[in-house]
Structure formats: C-alpha cells, structure tokens
Design a protein around this ligand. Structure first.
Ligand code: ZN
Length: 444
C-alpha cells in the first residue's frame, strides 16, 4: 500500500525542507528562458537525481496552434556611461536583461535609452522581471534607484545574445506503476533567477519523484519540467497517447513562500484530484483556500483547454500576482522558506496517498453491525485517538455498499482519509470488507 506520508515522516534527513532549499539555491543563478542553455543546465541538474529524458524539439516545429520559437542564449549584457563605467551589468543579476532580448550594440542618449529601461517606482530597490518572447525587442530592467541616478549623456549598450534556429528543451521523468493510467505533475522551468515562481515547483516536484521512486505505486507518474505555455503546448502536441491515460494532474508553482495554500480546481471542478486536494488541505493545513477554475494562470490553462479538459488543478501557496515580490528580484532565496517547501511536499504526498488508495469496498456483513468485539476490533483499538479509529471503522462498514469510495466516506464522515484507509485495512484483514472496482475506472 502506498504511504508516502509515512515514508516522509520516517526519513533519515532531519530537515527535508533545507535539502529542498539547498537544491533551489544551486539552481537559482542559472539564466533560464523558454529555450536555450539555461533550461538544459537546469535539466542536467535534475538528471543527476531523477531518470530524466531530455527532449529537444526544433525551432519552427508546428505545435497545436503555435510554432516552436527560435532558441535564445545570452553571454553578457551591460550599459556603460560616458565615463566607461558599467551602470547596469547582467553579470550582477540576470534579471537586468529583458529575457529574450535580441542582440544589440549601440550608443544612444539617455532619452532614447529610457525607452528600453524598466523599473519599479513603488519598490525602488527591486529589479523587475520582463520578457519579450513573442515580439522582437530589447531592454534592460534595473532598480528605480539605478534609473534615477543615470545622468544625461550618451550611453553604450551591449546585449551579447543570440536568437536563432535551435530547439525548445523540456524534461520528462516517467515512473511506471502497476497501472498504465497516469498522474501528471507539471512545473515550469523557464524563469531566470526567481525562486518561488519557478524553483519552488521544480524542487518539490523533484522531491516527489524521488519519494515515489522509493515505493510501489499503482499509477504511472509523469513529471514534466517544461517552459511555461509553449512547453506545455509542445508536450500536448507530441503526446496524444499519454494525454488519454491521464487520470489526475497537478501543476506546482509558488509552493515555497510562507503564505497559506491555494488550490485552483481543474476545469471539471469536481474531479477526484480536486476533491483529494481539498480534503488534504482541509485536514493538513489551516486556512487553505480553494479557488474555482479560471482560464488564466499557469499551464493548467493548456491542460484544461476544452479539447483536452484534463483533471489537472494548480497547487500554490501565495497566488501569483498577489504578492509584491512576484516577478521581481525580491522573489529570491530569502523569500523561499525551507519549512514552507517541506510542508508543500507533505501536502503533495498526502494528495497522492489519497488517489493511490481511493478504492471502493463492499461490507460482507451488511445486515446489522457485525460484532467487532469478537474480532478484536472494538475498544481494543489503542492508538492516539481510539474513539476516532472506532468511528472510522463504523463509517467504513456503513457506507461500503460498493458505491462509496474511501474519499466519499472521508468527506461524509469528516474524518481524515488516512484514518478511513486504515479502518478499511483492518476490516479487510478481519474478512469484513472486500474491494470492488477502483473509482477512477468507473468514470472512464
Ligand atoms: Zn512567472
């Protein structure tokens, strides 16, 4: 029986959150984008931990209604003042360059240069994150203080980048289960030095994959490490067969800040992943909020587009765009909290425990209550909360008429899924319960 939460609790490393934070710190300096060597370097690090297949799709390949773009790489970029001093330097922070900027070498007066400069007047010490993916342009991002300190005069700008035919790169880690039905876990790998919006999803997904590798599981798990939007579209265009096997899915993003959890439901709204996640958050994390689906946000937009309508939700802590650090240099390693990452991993483990073990059973003695005392199942239960254990057994016996799954029973009883699952286990061992078909098959 898959029990990821117990595996996590019994692990030797005293502080799993610190391990996640350390991994994020090692990935932080890499200048990623939707294509190019930054993604490859990131995937190479993941490949040291996971069986990762790296896929290269050539620029110009049609993918659904889109086309794989040119590959972008960057060596250096700076702005020099008239005295030759570097006043903005890509090597100090990769957010200084508008991501996907075309190469440029020019001398121009401040008034002209300012058309290509971006800052945040409300947060004068932060550098904004800007991209120019789908229109050719160039620019620099800088702190508002830097901008205000620029004197009139001529400036030299250099962006030593390339934007040419190459490929889009993504990584895929497939962990086969006893069934070929799949669980999709997707996170974006296209942001440069941003911690919560990017690295948090990557390191939690990687830790989940490592955890699942160490145990038997029913579902086949497919972890995607892909550039946002175009990566998901590219994967969907190339994987028609796998798409048909997806039974549950989660997009992981912004799971490392100290804010409370938010779960955005799939387009279906009542999918098992939606219910499992709401259940786990209700019992494992106080104050979590459940959000309805909207066609905006991360790659759930693609997985939940009407032609696919996959049961894929999005797990976040703070919601993108609602915290001031979002898409700025303040989304850094200090903003990422080890204990928040560890808690996010626990929530995901709890969710997968539910979907792995959510079977439906039939009570073999449904006429009157079976006599639990003579089977050693009454009062002798022990444990930390014997009354709850007893209640869970009574709920499972009562509702196991072949139509209610364990999650149905957990929801109706108000008891945690784990308690219900353990009750079913002990009733099975006493020959009072047999499994019927698993619930996800009934909805195919
Ligand atoms: Zn973002």
């Amino acid at each position: 029986m898959t029990d990821l939460l117990s595996m996590l609790a019994n692990r030797a490393d005293a502080d799993p959150g610190q391990g996640l934070h350390d991994f994020a710190a090692s990935l932080f300096p890499i200048c990623r984008s939707i294509t190019g060597d930054g993604v490859r370097q990131t995937l190479a690090r993941l490949g040291e931990r996971l069986p990762l297949e790296v896929v290269e799709v050539p620029s110009g390949t049609p993918v659904l209604d889109w086309t794989v773009p040119s590959e972008w790489n960057i060596c250096d970029a700076y702005i020099r003042d008239a005295a030759g001093r570097k006043v903005v330097d890509f090597r100090e922070h990769n957010l200084h360059v508008v991501n996907y900027s075309i190469p440029v070498r020019a001398k121009l007066p401040l008034t002209e240069l300012k058309k290509h400069l971006f800052s945040l007047p409300d947060h004068p010490a932060w550098i904004p994150y800007r991209t120019s993916y789908y229109q050719e342009s160039w620019g620099f991002c800088l702190t508002h203080r830097q901008l205000e300190s620029l004197a009139d005069g001529e400036y030299e700008v250099c962006i030593d980048s390339t934007l040419q035919a190459g490929s889009l790169t993504y990584g895929e880690c497939v962990l086969p289960g006893t069934s070929d039905e799949e669980v999709l876990v997707s996170c974006h790998v296209c942001h440069p030095s941003l911690a919560n919006d990017n690295l948090s999803g990557i390191v939690v997904a990687a830790a989940l994959a490592e955890l699942l590798r160490g145990t038997a599981h029913r579902f086949t798990y497919r972890f995607l490490f892909i550039p946002g939007t175009i990566g998901a579209i590219t994967w969907l265009a190339r994987n028609h067969d796998a798409v048909g096997r997806i039974r549950h899915g989660l997009v992981l993003t912004c799971v490392g800040d100290s804010g409370g959890f938010h779960y955005k439901k799939s387009r279906r709204g009542g999918a098992e992943i939606d219910r499992a996640t709401a259940h786990i958050l209700h019992h494992q994390s106080e104050g979590a909020k459940i959000l309805d689906f909207s066609p905006y946000g991360y790659d759930e937009r693609q997985y939940c587009s009407p032609g696919y309508d996959l049961p894929v939700g999005c797990l976040m802590r703070s919601v993108w765009g609602t915290f001031p650090e979002y898409h700025t240099s303040a989304d850094n390693l200090d903003f990422l909290k080890a204990e928040a990452l560890a808690e996010s991993l626990q929530v995901c483990a709890g969710i997968f425990d539910v979907i792995e073990n959510n079977h439906t059973y039939r009570n073999l003695k449904p006429h009157g209550e079976p006599q639990l005392g003579k089977r050693n199942l009454y009062r002798s239960v022990g444990g930390t909360n014997p009354k709850q254990i007893m209640l869970a057994r009574l709920w499972v016996l009562n509702l196991s008429d072949g139509t209610n799954s364990l999650l149905d029973i957990a929801e109706r009883s108000g008891l945690p899924f784990n308690e219900i699952r353990h009750a079913a286990e002990s009733l099975m061992n006493a020959d009072l319960l047999i499994p019927t078909i698993s619930p996800e098959r009934t909805t195919l």
